[in-house]
Design a binder for this molecule. Structure first.
Ligand code: AQP
Length: 332
């Protein structure tokens, strides 16, 4: 079976609709016919110095949400990045293969360091995509389900795989980004030209999966749209409506064309009200399932430990092989 691999940062509060529709839903789909490895990227979270007690809570919160979203620990290895030390062991080798300028060209680093202020951005934030390359290549995955914002990082992973193979012999597969066109960039509800993001300027722009259903519905009903009145899919001219149509089609499990046909001749408000109901249902069920998983932290720990054990079975021999190939002497 082909392999799939992806990760997500442990969320402060809740994953948002962009994380879910853009990435996690694909994780769930791929576990049907892939050997799947999915991790909570707690080491990546350290790049912005989170509060230690909160970070610990965030890991459980994230595991519970991933299970609530449908990640099945029987079929997928679900684990915490820091429980598999091979990620950082391989990252060092890739740090030494990556050019300084090459790392500096990562647009996410440029955006995030500009926001933090150049002197405040950590070296960890700078090398983040290189650790991400290690996260990915350790598992030699065929498919990496992510949102559009990760495309450039995936390209770096592919380049590092190729570079390593060129220097030291065939070792890594060049993974393919698994980016689903329609949902790869869910837009902010208040600024539909920007991606829905946890660092959004207005909290009303993002629907959190653990939002109260009424609050989630209200955010959808207050979404910014253009001044026209024809419901059609035109991402350039009517980005707000295009985003709502995408959300509707994905949550209802239908196509954008069908949704456009369903609302033909109706007003924007009709689409918003109907979508608000769908999203309220989605977050209501999601919240209930997440709270049930959070009631049993020992079970969450058990799932993560079993996932890490499965991940290490794959990751450990890769690091031994890589360390041999680059010329490190084995310890006794
Ligand atoms: N708006 C989005 N549309 C589609 N996919 C998205 N993803 C994030 N936002 C959208 C995808 O979610 C996965 C997990 O992302 P992450 O752990 O890297 O979180 P993130 O990218 O930090 O999420 P945010 O909200 O976008 O955070 P900031 O504001 O810090 O940048 C990834 O596959 C990502 O593509």
């Amino acid at each position: 079976r082909p392999r799939s691999l992806s990760g997500i940062q442990p969320t402060a509060e809740s994953f948002h609709l962009g994380n879910y529709l853009g990435a996690v839903r694909q994780w769930v789909g791929l576990q049907e016919d892939h050997d799947a490895f999915y991790f909570i990227a707690d080491l990546h979270a350290l790049t912005v110095q989170p509060d230690p007690a909160q970070l610990r809570a965030r890991v459980h919160r994230s595991a519970a949400q991933l299970l609530a979203a449908g990640v099945d620990p029987e079929r997928s290895a679900l684990f915490c990045q820091s429980h598999v030390p091979e990620h950082t062991q391989l990252a060092w080798v890739f740090n030494c293969l990556t050019g300084f300028g090459e790392a500096g060209r990562m647009t996410q680093f440029k955006d995030k360091s500009a926001k933090a202020g150049a002197d405040k951005a950590s070296v960890g934030l700078f090398t983040y995509p290189i650790l991400q390359a290690a996260d990915i290549l350790l598992y030699n995955p065929h498919h990496v389900p992510v949102g559009e914002d990760q495309r450039q990082h995936l390209e770096l992973s592919r380049n590092l795989a190729q570079r390593f193979n060129h220097h030291y012999g065939e070792t890594f597969r060049q993974p393919e980004a698994y980016i689903v066109k329609g949902t790869a960039k869910i837009a902010d509800l208040q600024d539909p030209t920007a991606k829905m993001s946890k660092s959004a300027s207005s909290p009303n722009g993002i629907v959190d999966l653990l939002d109260d259903p009424k609050k989630a519905a209200k955010k959808i009903r207050s979404a910014v749209t253009d001044s026209g009145d024809t419901i059609r899919y035109d991402p350039e001219g009517q980005p707000g409506i295009a985003n709502l149509l995408t959300l509707f089609a994905t949550v209802a499990g239908t196509t954008v064309d069908d949704v456009v046909a369903q609302f033909e001749g109706q007003q924007y408000g009709h689409l918003k009200v109907a979508l608000a109901d769908l999203v309220a249902d989605l977050v209501s069920g999601f919240g209930e399932r997440t709270r049930a998983y959070l009631d049993d932290p020992a079970e969450l720990d058990r799932v993560l430990a079993a996932g890490a054990a499965r991940a290490r079975e794959v990751a450990a021999p890769v690091v031994v092989d890589v360390y041999d190939k680059v010329g490190l002497v084995r310890g006794v």
